[in-house]
Each structure stands twice: as C-alpha cells, then as structure tokens.
Design a protein around this ligand. Structure first.
Ligand SMILES: [Zn+2]
Ligand SMILES: [Zn+2]
Ligand SMILES: [Zn+2]
Length: 328
C-alpha cells in the first residue's frame, strides 16, 4: 500500500494491489468469540455492571495504515508519493455482539464516545499524524466489514479532502465575517426550525440545507468547540446528552433505511506546526466539530452514484418531517 497525490485536486489516495481473500469468511466473531484469534488491544474503557470492558480499541486485522516507519515522501516526476504510515484501529462500541449504538443504553453509548475522544487525544501526540478520522459503515450497502458493533479509526499523515475543504471554507468565512460558519448555521436552523430533527441539551440534530443524500443528518454541539476530544474530556455531563441524541437519531434513520455511513469531523492535529498545511491561528475559532450521518437508500442509490453533482430526490424539509415523527 502507498499514498499517491492527485496533482490536480491535490488530494491523497491510498492504493496498492490488494491480495484477494480466497478463504471463506468464518462464522465466528473476531471480537467476541472465545476461540477467535485474540485481537491486539490498544485501549479499554472500564466495564459497566461487571463486564470486563465497555468500549475497546484494537488494531485492525487487515490494517491499511501501519504505525511503524517514516512516511518518506518523495517525488516521481511531477507526482508525489509516500508510504502508508498511519494507524488503523477498530473501535468496539460494546462488548455485546448485538449492542448497537441505537439499542444500547445511553451510558454504553457514552463509553464509546469517551473511547473515541481518548484515542483522538492519544494519537494527536504523534507529530506524524495530521488528522484522525473516526467513521462507521453499517449495512451491506454501506460496506460494513464486521458483524460486531464497531466503528473504525484511521490516523493519517495528511488531512482527508472533504475535511480540508471544510477547514478552508471555515477559515474563509471567518476571515470575512469574524464568525464561525457552523455557529451561524446553528443559529439560523434553530430560529427557522424547518430542518431541526431534535435538540437535546447542548446538542442539535438537523438535516442540512443542501443534502448530499436523502435524510442526511448532522449532529453538532450548540456551543462553539472545534475539537471533539476537548468536549469529551472537559464537558463531562454533556456527553450523556450527545449519547442520547446519537442513539435517538440513529433510531429515526433506521425507520427509513438500515444502511448508513457515519463520520466524525473534528479539528486536525494542530499541536505540531505543519509547514505544508500552514495551520492558521483562528482554527479553534473558525472550525466546529460535528457528526455527519449519510443514510444509504438502496432504491435511490442511482441518485448519488455520479458524485460529480449530488442529487437528493428528497428535500431536507420533507426528510425532517419523517424523521421527527418517527416512532422511536
Ligand atoms: Zn461479536
Ligand atoms: Zn462554531
Ligand atoms: Zn463535516
């Protein structure tokens, strides 16, 4: 595996000739079957009600990125390439094989969120890593990898393209208005109340004005904060509200479809100055962490196969009515 940079869009891709798996997928769960090969544990959160652990991070069994070595960035004519240095972890959301984020208890979901914050904090100490992504693909249409309730984490030596767009847009908006664009969106959405799914304590779930897919939903903290892990470690009580809102939002979305992508967008690793990325002083003021949930609708798949322009056949104003009124 290696990283290559597209010289036109300047975005990195990971590529390599993957060995095609010929062995049939075993029925046993890699993460909770007592006879399965034990996974390499990185971090555990203490168990609730007598269980050994509540949320756990392990090395991905087929990691795309590896922690050892230097990126060794080098040119290849006009092209750029580097080694796939990074981290690739599986975050076990629950010790129970059927303990999904939408049917777990709020304290269980909260433990998973704390684990995510802890891993972000820990990996940002490594100056090689520019960004840490946390995401979940659930359902066949979304490319789910494991049966056990899991999310995944990758720490990369570059900032993913979509996040870079958001960071630059946030900075530009702040330069012009001296305000955070996400805070402005929140204020308008709360005022208009046309696309708000639910408000819980300091958190708001809403369908974005220009959705990429039907029923796209975002969750944001209502008070400004650029880094998720800072919220996770400082505002102790508020993680309970986030856990409940995340659980309830997923329940709502599951009344429409089972499959979804979920991604956490948080500030990049700005603890270590980067000459190539040239982090700006206002990063903490102009960026605002959030969770994006992109449902996968089988019947509508055609609508976003061509990703040049997103086409959503359901407006957010219509989507929100169904999500708000869902029986959960
Ligand atoms: Zn399992
Ligand atoms: Zn903000
Ligand atoms: Zn985002």
């Amino acid at each position: 595996m290696e990283l290559r940079k597209d010289p036109i869009t300047r975005s990195w891709v990971i590529t390599g000739d993957d060995v095609i798996e010929t062995t049939p997928r075993s029925q046993a769960c890699l993460f909770c079957d007592p006879y399965a090969e034990p996974a390499q544990v990185i971090a555990n959160l203490p168990g609730l009600d007598g269980s050994a652990w509540s949320a756990r991070s392990v090395v991905h069994p087929n990691a795309l990125y590896h922690i050892e070595g230097e990126p060794a960035r080098r040119g290849d004519g006009l092209y750029d390439r580097m080694g796939s240095v990074g981290a690739h972890e599986v975050l076990l959301e629950n010790p129970r094989h059927d303990g999904h984020l939408w049917n777990a208890t709020d304290p269980e979901v909260e433990q998973f969120l704390r684990l995510a914050a802890l891993r972000l904090q820990d990996l940002k100490r490594d100056s090689r890593f520019k960004y840490i992504s946390i995401f979940k693909n659930h359902g066949e249409g979304a490319g789910q990898e494991f049966e056990h309730p899991t999310s995944q984490l990758t720490a990369t030596i570059f900032v993913p393209r979509r996040v870079l767009y958001e960071l630059r847009a946030g900075r530009d908006y702040f330069e012009a208005k001296e305000r955070c664009v996400f805070c402005d969106i929140l204020a308008q959405e709360e005022r208009q109340n046309q696309r708000v799914v639910e408000i819980r304590g300091d958190y708001l779930a809403f369908c974005p004005y220009a959705p990429r897919v039907p029923y796209e939903t975002w969750i944001l903290p209502r008070s400004h904060e650029s880094s998720f892990e800072r919220t996770g470690s400082s505002r102790v009580g508020s993680m309970t509200d986030l856990a409940a809102l995340l659980r309830r939002t997923l329940q709502r979305i599951r009344t429409v479809t089972e499959a979804f992508h979920l991604v956490l967008h948080t500030s990049p690793n700005s603890q270590h100055p980067s000459a190539t990325l040239g982090y700006w002083k206002t990063l903490d003021e102009d960026y605002h962490w959030h969770i994006e949930i992109l449902p996968v609708l089988e019947a509508k798949a055609r609508s976003y196969t061509f990703k040049e322009i997103y086409y959503s056949p359901v407006t957010s104003e219509t989507a929100v009515k169904r999500l708000r009124n869902a029986e959960i």
